[in-house]
Design a protein around this ligand. Structure first.
Ligand SMILES: [Zn+2]
Length: 520
């Protein structure tokens, strides 16, 4: 028996005496169990889909009754399924941008077994209980992985928030700047104040898109509130630096200072900054945490792997808000992220998968030909092609995050450990959305959401490996290291790289609507 076995060995277990063997056994010389790399054998109940016991050694098939399904994946790594806590699935209402079916298949392909859907870009947005119900109806029967939902904070909906918590939303998000869609308006202090009072004692998290226009500077005006180009452009509209200059780090620091100033209204309510990009905001957040403010931040795969210096003129696939910044900023984000166990402010990494139709990305013809002419491109004004201000802001990457982080992490540090990825993308994201008892870890009692990961193999991001609806992503044609060979959801193999999806059974994702019990 292994020294850390959590239950007695099978010879003395009931498995040998049962007539039926309702278990599946997965083993490997490498698995991340409770955050640590170890050899392991996982016993999964096929009835509950949960992990019922774990041995910190590789048991043999002969240790189990003859018909027991048993796979030894050595030396591939068994990881907990990723929890992507920031995804826009856009259905209903903008299903041509993305949908539950396509978005969750892309997730499963990349080892993401839980996604949390953002409250905006679907129509209607998730800002009332009735609207949440509409979204849930649209999602039913379409999800290949488990899906949870956030609610939105918009002007005038504070009265809905407690009811949304009871309906099982995982947290709330508001914008301090134009969201890009008119049905999800930004909030001001006058809206945030009642929202914080409503949520002060609830088991939830209040999150913000933290960009805000500081009092007038040369590069800004009221027009910027509505995503129009600022009056004082620093260069041509199709040059990335022009766009980057228009959304300086001060937008993020100003917004974060504003949020932190409101924190005393609800001292117990966890606050969270979504998609932090500017390293200049880190000292502010560190200081707040030192003073006892409950605030965390996430960053995104793209801020950790792409840099402004590498964005070609007109390549609007890179447009997102806040923007991808300079290489030095990327280095700073990595440095902070690697401090996560020592109290760093960035605890999680998410995709912020926010797609649109190719037409709305307004790609110039030379970039378009690489993947065939975008349908409906003619809808986009010819003159606006390659215009970073006119193009939709959002990056498509759901399901690519694990190899993106693995590629970049190992490039930076030969000793980079997959344990870090599991902390940032599984354990901490699960905790952020109140799923830390069932998701984000391989442990007894957890859902058997398991990724079989080949950390040596590489692949090219192309049409066949981008399963989201619109094949338009800055990662296209890039070589990534690390291949998800299989994805298991609650004890069932839902995807394998060799055989594809378990189409016969159809999508088996659950909607995660049980109200959360814990704060982040
Ligand atoms: Zn987003």
């Amino acid at each position: 028996m292994a020294p850390h076995a959590t239950t007695p060995p099978p010879s003395s277990s009931p498995y040998h005496t049962q007539q039926h063997h309702p278990i599946t056994v997965l083993a490997s010389s490498r698995a991340i169990i409770s955050g640590r790399l170890t050899e392991a054998t996982l016993i999964i109940s096929t009835t509950t889909g949960k992990i019922t016991s774990i041995f910190h050694s590789i048991l043999q098939q002969s240790d189990f009754p003859p018909e027991t399904p048993y796979i030894d994946y050595s030396p591939r790594i068994l990881l907990p399924g990723l929890v992507d806590a920031h995804v826009h699935l856009n259905e209903p209402g903008r299903t041509e941008w993305e949908g539950f079916w396509t978005g969750t298949r892309a997730a499963a392909f990349g080892g993401v077994t839980t996604v949390i859907d953002m409250p905006l870009n679907a129509i209607p947005p998730t800002t009332t209980v009735a609207r949440l119900h509409e979204k849930v109806e649209a999602a039913k029967g379409q999800c290949w992985v488990d899906v949870g939902f956030y609610g939105g904070i918009v002007p005038g909906n504070a009265g809905e928030l407690k009811a949304l918590v009871k309906e099982g939303v995982r947290g709330f998000k508001g914008f301090l700047i134009d969201s890009g869609v008119e049905e999800f308006p930004a909030v001001s202090v006058d809206d945030i104040t009642p929202a914080m009072k409503e949520l002060a004692n609830e088991a939830t998290t209040l999150m913000f898109h933290a960009e805000m226009i500081p009092p007038i500077t040369a590069s800004t005006s009221d027009d910027m509130q509505h995503s129009h180009p600022p009056p004082a452009l620093s260069g041509p509209l199709n040059v990335y630096q022009t766009f980057l200059d228009s959304r300086p780090p001060s937008f993020e620091t100003y917004a974060i200072a504003e949020i932190l100033s409101l924190a005393p209204l609800a001292p117990q309510l966890p606050l969270h900054i979504v998609h932090l990009s500017a390293v200049e905001a880190i000292p502010l957040l560190r200081e707040a945490r030192r003073n006892g403010v409950r605030v965390t931040a996430e960053t995104c795969f793209h801020y950790l792997s792409l840099a402004a210096e590498g964005v070609r003129a007109g390549d609007t696939r890179h447009k997102c808000c806040p923007p991808i910044r300079a290489q030095a900023n990327q280095d700073g984000l990595w440095a902070e992220l690697r401090q996560d166990r020592a109290g760093g402010v960035i605890q999680t990494v998410v995709s912020d998968h926010s797609p649109c139709t190719p037409a709305l990305k307004l790609l110039p013809p030379e970039l378009e030909t690489a993947r065939g002419k975008a349908q409906g491109q003619e809808e986009g004004a010819e003159a606006e092609r390659g215009d970073f201000f006119a193009a939709w802001g959002g990056i498509s990457s759901v399901g690519l995050g694990l190899p993106i982080l693995w590629t970049e992490g190992t490039r930076r540090d030969a000793n980079f450990s997959i344990e870090d990825v599991v902390r940032w993308c599984c354990r901490n994201t699960a905790k952020q959305v109140g799923l830390e008892r069932t998701k984000g870890d391989l442990g007894v009692g957890f859902d058997a959401d398991i990724v079989v990961f080949d950390d040596e193999e590489s692949f090219v991001v192309e049409r066949s490996t981008m399963l989201f609806r619109n094949k338009c992503s800055p990662y296209e044609n890039k070589m990534l290291k690390g291949v998800v060979k299989e994805t298991w959801l609650r004890g069932q193999r839902i995807f394998s790289r060799e055989d594809g999806f378990a189409e016969k059974g159809g999508p088996s994702g659950k909607l995660l609507l049980e109200p959360r019990k814990t704060r982040a």
